[in-house]
Design a protein around this ligand. Structure first.
Ligand SMILES: Cc1cc2nc3c(=O)[nH]c(=O)nc-3n(C[C@H](O)[C@H](O)[C@H](O)COP(=O)(O)OP(=O)(O)OC[C@H]3O[C@@H](n4cnc5c(N)ncnc54)[C@H](O)[C@@H]3O)c2cc1C
Length: 461
């Protein structure tokens, strides 16, 4: 049994299959696990940094179950509050109060100074409209929906664009309403726990090192620095030959847990089969969005917050990583700024990106002006996440059937119903593992269902 791709999708498929008794070879092109959610020693700053801050939420049931399976769940630092800061430094705290869902978030939203009365009324209108699930086949964009629901400028700029579009890492004109509705309902309406935010207290690749331990303890293995170049059918032994740059692997089952661009490169080197044309056409419909992160080390503390949402500027999210990664032992502060879906920021050279980030950061935290920047790094991920425009679900293939017998698909972009997230990747891995087991007539359940809505939200399932 070979799983190709050591991202969250491949790891979650491999671990589930190893638990079910398969001997799995997890094959990864790079020298570490994690894929797009990984960390590495950045030579410019001589620090291990994540390629970008990755957050999860209480609603990420499959990712949490994968973390539990590999014994890494206790490394997640959870918070229920979200602090919004306006330029000038004025803060508003959003987060749950002890009221039945979906009312739990309302008191703080209604008293937040980040929104005018008009903004609050339009958000209340929008939340009311989102109480009922949006039809999954809706062709409306979020931008069109916001106009139809008469959203104020402040609500659009400070909530829809900043919180929702940036969680989906795309512009509102390119987001299908069902995906926006999913984010709103899970993060703000279904329950207080569903919207709680988690951040790893250790570097991402270290978090995933547990996956290797889990596999090796069950007779499985991870092959690093092994790039799969082609796959052929060996009809004599009715198995698949997975050809890598360093040798040949033989597998009865294969899970291709690859991003769509890597699968697209591999397609010409897989046997011709009915359905490959359709798969290639589905891949051709996928679109990437960039994400940038700016990592800054100051000689002193610049804020007492772990995390903040920064309003009205290019920098969107602040993670005060020195606070929830205290092992770093950095005497000042290590903060990471995340800039979502901004193609203009992604085109800036390093110096200008850091300069702009510092200038903007000082508008939120006055201490930045007197702090000394000790070092800084810019990480650009040009192909960070896939977009979720209307109609995208028709172009997300299921784990099975794939065009080839005993080959299954996984990856965040496959048919999970979730946007480009670690949860989608974990779901896809669990779905692929279930499909492999079903092929040999074993009914294993790895997919963890969505959290049930709580409180009054139970009436609006
Ligand atoms: C900057 C950034 C920020 C993000 N922020 C968040 C966030 O806050 N929260 C969240 O939930 N998600 C976030 N995401 C999205 C999340 O990282 C992805 O959805 C998820 O990690 C995808 O996992 P995957 O396993 O499907 O794919 P990948 O992580 O891309 O894994 C695929 C693996 O396959 C390997 N591979 C490719 N080709 C071959 C080959 N030929 N042979 C062998 N191996 C191969 C790759 O090296 C890689 O390790 C972010 C992504 C980025 C880039």
């Amino acid at each position: 049994m070979t799983v190709i791709g050591g991202g969250v999708a491949g790891m979650s498929a491999a671990c589930a299959l190893a638990e079910a008794g398969f001997r799995v070879q997890l094959v990864e092109r790079r020298g570490y696990l994690g894929g797009r959610a990984s960390s590495y020693l950045h030579p410019g700053v001589n620090e291990v940094i994540d390629n970008c801050q990755h957050v999860l939420f209480g609603c990420c049931t499959n990712l949490i179950s994968f973390y539990q399976r590999i014994g890494a769940a206790n490394k997640i630092h959870w918070t229920r509050d979200m602090v919004m800061i306006e330029p000038g430094g004025h803060r508003s705290k959003l987060g749950p109060m002890p009221l039945p869902a979906p009312l739990h978030g309302l008191p703080r939203l209604l008293t937040s100074s980040a929104f005018t009365l008009e903004d609050k009324l339009s958000l209340a209108r929008a939340f009311r409209a989102m109480l009922r699930p949006v039809a999954a086949d809706s062709r409306e964009t979020l931008a069109e929906w916001l106009i139809r629901h008469k959203q104020s400028r402040g609500a659009i700029e400070r909530f829809w664009k900043l919180v929702i579009a940036s969680a989906l890492n795309a512009e509102i004109e390119s987001i299908a309403v069902p995906y926006a509705a999913k984010v709103i309902r899970e993060l703000f309406m279904n329950s207080a726990w569903a919207g709680a935010m988690g951040m790893s207290s250790i570097p991402l690749s270290e978090l995933y090192a547990n996956a290797e331990t889990f596999l090796t303890e069950r007779g499985s293995s991870v092959l690093y620095n092994t790039s799969v170049e082609s796959i052929e059918r060996d009809d004599e032994v009715t198995a698949w030959c997975v050809n890598t740059r360093t040798g040949k692997l033989v597998a009865d089952f294969v899970v291709l847990a690859l991003p769509f661009e890597a699968l697209s490169k591999l397609l010409p080197n897989l046997p011709p089969a009915e359905g490959t044309g359709k798969l290639a056409a589905q891949i051709a419909q996928q679109e990437h969005w960039p994400l940038c992160s700016v990592h800054l080390w100051f000689d002193r503390q610049i804020t007492d917050l772990d995390h903040a949402v920064l309003l009205d500027r290019e920098i969107h999210w602040l993670y005060n990583k020195g606070r929830f990664q205290p092992w770093r032992n950095w005497k000042g502060s290590y903060v990471e700024l995340v800039i979502s879906a901004s193609r203009s920021f992604a085109s800036l050279p390093r110096e200008r990106a850091i300069e702009q980030s510092l200038r903007e950061l000082a508008e939120f935290f006055p201490a930045v002006a007197s702090a000394k920047l000790v070092k800084g790094a810019l990480v650009k991920e040009v192909r960070a996440t896939f977009g979720v425009p209307p109609g995208i679900d028709a172009f997300r293939p299921a784990a099975a059937p794939s065009p080839w017998p005993n080959i299954f698909l996984a990856g965040d972009w496959t048919a999970t119903g979730w946007p480009s997230t670690m949860e989608s990747a974990a779901r896809s891995g669990h779905l692929a593992a279930e499909a492999v087991c079903a092929e040999i007539g074993e009914a294993h359940r790895f997919l963890v269902p969505d959290l049930k809505p709580r409180g009054l939200m139970r009436l609006f399932g």
